[in-house]
Design a protein around this ligand. Structure first.
Ligand code: URA
Ligand code: CA
Length: 432
């Protein structure tokens, strides 16, 4: 087999066979296929697309390029959740203890990642001492015992995806549905859960800005899941404005704790219940979404979800006192209000630019060696549809430096104030 023939075939719009896809993935992972030929094939896929079978084969070829996690020693149906990007998305912190409180095993892998705020790990580290350097045996033991644990990303999970994603990043081939869908699904499948709930974001702060593209991506991922034998479903949710109020690691930790107490922002609570209900259904712990939702609300009301969160943090070295006393979280030195420049209604909050504002404070990483400041970030005081008077605060900045004029400017530039508009829809569609 020659890679040039495979490139030519795809350039001409033909479907690749499983053997051809395997040849490409294996050769590229091992280094026998050079970057320039891999780039050419990616560009051909970008323009010619892949059919359903090719997408499933590409996903499995990437899964098989490295290690996979075997969770079979954990009792019960393991359900994973994945959100595609977003700004201030605190759902993982809420959902892990919430679902585990219903005895559904949550076996999560997490990394630091890049972005506006840290990854789930950074947020968890706001509970001083929390760590995920645990052995696989300890991980499995903890999930069996507590129903929830998080382990660091294995170094050799889907190496083909790591290499290809880096290449796509510099060859203009990131934004391709078959390539994004297979990239995300390969990592989820290698991580070993039996069932997957996908939270596909749509809007300015999302990977996919238009609803049509978001639906297409969600459908592509759900089909891949089904074709490789994993129960998979997707929810399309709004990310035109940030979710909840908090953007920043310790701030999001506090927001997650509030939500587990039933006192969180309405949109974060609702999305957590929607995604959580789907997880409960896939875990076969309820026979209808209504029943699943009721059970989730019950463990919030009776405090079991909160107790689970404490147990989870303490089991991995984290300070559980933050749950009862959020003042024990890392605190920023300065709190600065961002005044509205005029009166009216908030029409738009450009989510990705607000995320950049949080990053300017040090809440996130631009490169993987950057250090994150856990205490800093933003608390939104106004969201789309809210009335605001000139001079009233739009956002509170939590900073560890005094001069935040560039951050204030960025926030004011990205809050559109004018005639009334209703708050955007939170959940657009469910795809099964
Ligand atoms: N996230 C991924 O993991 N892969 C993509 O291709 C895009 C977003
Ligand atoms: Ca949030």
């Amino acid at each position: 087999m020659r890679i040039v023939d495979i490139i030519t075939k795809k350039v001409n719009g033909k479907a690749l066979s499983p053997a051809e896809i395997n040849f490409f993935i294996q050769g590229y992972t091992e280094g026998t296929i050079p970057d320039y030929q891999a780039s050419a094939l990616l560009m051909a896929i970008f323009f010619q697309d892949m059919n359903e079978d090719e997408r499933a084969h590409l996903t499995m070829a990437m899964v098989n390029s490295g290690e996979t996690i075997d969770l079979s020693a954990i009792e019960g149906i393991k359900v994973d959740k994945h959100s595609t990007g977003g700004v201030g998305d605190t759902t993982t912190l809420v959902l892990a203890p919430l679902v585990a409180a219903l005895d559904i095993p949550v076996a999560k892998m997490s990394g630091r990642g890049l972005g506006h705020t840290g990854g789930t790990l950074d947020k968890l580290e706001a509970a001083t001492g929390f760590h995920l350097e645990i052995s696989k045996e300890e991980f499995i033991h903890l999930v069996n015992q507590n129903k929830v644990a998080v382990i660091g990303q294995s170094g050799n999970l889907t190496p083909a995806d790591k290499k290809l994603y880096a290449l796509r990043d510099v060859t203009g081939t990131v934004n391709s549905i078959p390539l994004i869908a297979s990239s995300i699904m390969s990592k989820k499948i290698a991580a070993g859960s039996d069932a997957i709930v996908l939270d596909v974001k749509t809007g300015a702060g999302a990977f996919m800005k238009s609803l049509e593209d978001s639906i297409e991506l969600a459908e592509a991922m759900v089909k891949i899941g089904h074709n490789v034998g994993r129960h998979t479903m997707a929810v399309i949710s709004d990310m035109s404005q940030p979710l909840g109020y908090a953007i920043g690691n310790a701030l999001e930790m506090k927001e997650a704790i509030d939500t587990l107490k039933g006192e969180g922002p309405e949109d974060l609570m609702e999305l957590s219940l929607v995604l959580g209900s789907q997880m409960v259904m896939l875990a076969k712990k309820a026979t209808s979404l209504e029943e699943a939702r009721k059970k989730l609300i019950e463990v919030i009301k009776n405090g079991k979800a909160l107790e689970k969160f404490k147990l989870f943090l303490a089991s991995q070295g984290g300070d559980p006192s933050i749950v009862d006393n959020t003042d024990n979280l890392p605190q920023a030195k300065y709190k600065i209000e961002v005044p509205a420049l005029k009166s009216g209604f908030v029409r738009k909050i450009v989510a990705d630019e607000i995320g950049v504002a949080a990053m300017l404070l040090g809440a996130g990483r631009a490169t993987k060696d950057d250090k994150v400041d856990l205490a800093v970030g933003l608390m939104l005081r106004k969201k789309v549809g809210d009335e605001v008077k000139q001079g009233e605060s739009l956002v509170t900045i939590y900073a560890n430096r005094e001069d935040v004029s560039s951050v204030i400017q960025k926030i004011q530039d990205n809050y559109e104030i004018g005639e009334f508009v209703a708050a955007p829809k939170l959940i657009y569609q469910t795809i099964t």
